[in-house]
Ligand binder design. Structure first.
Ligand code: MN
Length: 245
């Protein structure tokens, strides 16, 4: 059995174990990955690291957020010391125009700012008590992806086919039309002028402690962690052209 995480111990020690399902911190401000303040910020999780047990184990959540995502943020802050525009411009502008990034750091920015964008979206579209798709986004899933059952089957299959590290996304265009696409490494659809409504991380670091080589099992279980309220909000924002990441 895994030992308790630092956060679990903190909750227990302060008698707050019962509050473990409550949001830890407000997400709204930190959800904007570049605030125009010249620094990149790791958005705090709005739920405890054990929120998704047993679908995603607490240690995986802790390492994924506090180590992997934190490293992408730290690397971007290092790049931004010499190239301040990276943090001053909106993330969408930088990722959408990688050719304007200096040659020497272009690959690093692609990987690390892509990683920051992907993970910021990822934490945002997950949450306990995630509900079910409804309203406009459900209508779009029915219209463009053949309904929930076919959508989940096709999304999982695409995630399974992505060779090595990468992501499976639902792309949303300006008219609200949905499609499933994958990207390698930490590439994000913003890099080729598209936008992600949602996506799942199929890097081994996202699932290996619990699932080892069984990516298909992780892909299936991950649906239990999805926050459909947030995805509905992202769908509305995508159509309005106000999606920050
Ligand atoms: Mn990841």
């Amino acid at each position: 059995m895994l030992s308790m995480s630092r956060r679990q111990l903190m909750f227990a020690a302060t008698g707050m174990a019962a509050a473990v399902a409550a949001p830890r911190l407000a997400f709204a401000q930190a959800a904007t990955p570049t605030a125009g303040n010249g620094a990149f910020i790791l958005p705090p999780l709005t739920y405890p690291v054990n929120a998704f047990e047993p679908n995603i184990d607490a240690r995986t959540m802790e390492i994924h957020h506090d180590k992997h995502h934190a490293a992408y943020v730290a690397n971007m802050n290092t790049f931004a010391k010499d190239t301040p525009m990276l943090a001053e411009k909106p993330l969408v502008e930088v990722l959408g125009n990688l050719s304007s990034v200096p040659d020497a750091i272009r690959t690093g920015v692609r990987n690390n700012l892509g990683g920051h964008a992907n993970h910021t979206m990822f934490w945002q579209i997950m949450g306990p008590n995630g509900g079910k798709p409804e309203g406009e986004v459900l209508a779009a899933i029915d219209r463009d992806l053949g309904g929930m059952e076919k959508f989940q089957t096709d999304f999982n299959a695409a995630g399974g086919r992505q060779f090595g590290s990468g992501w499976v996304f639902v792309i949303v265009d300006k008219s609200g039309k949905l499609s499933i696409e994958t990207r390698p490494n930490q590439d994000n659809p913003i890099m080729d002028g598209k936008r992600a409504l949602m996506g799942n991380d199929v890097w081994e670091h996202a699932y290996y402690l619990t699932y080892q080589n069984r990516r298909a099992d992780y892909l299936k279980a991950w649906w239990n962690t999805v926050n459909w309220t947030k995805i509905g909000e992202r769908y509305t924002a995508a159509k309005a052209g106000t999606l920050a990441v």
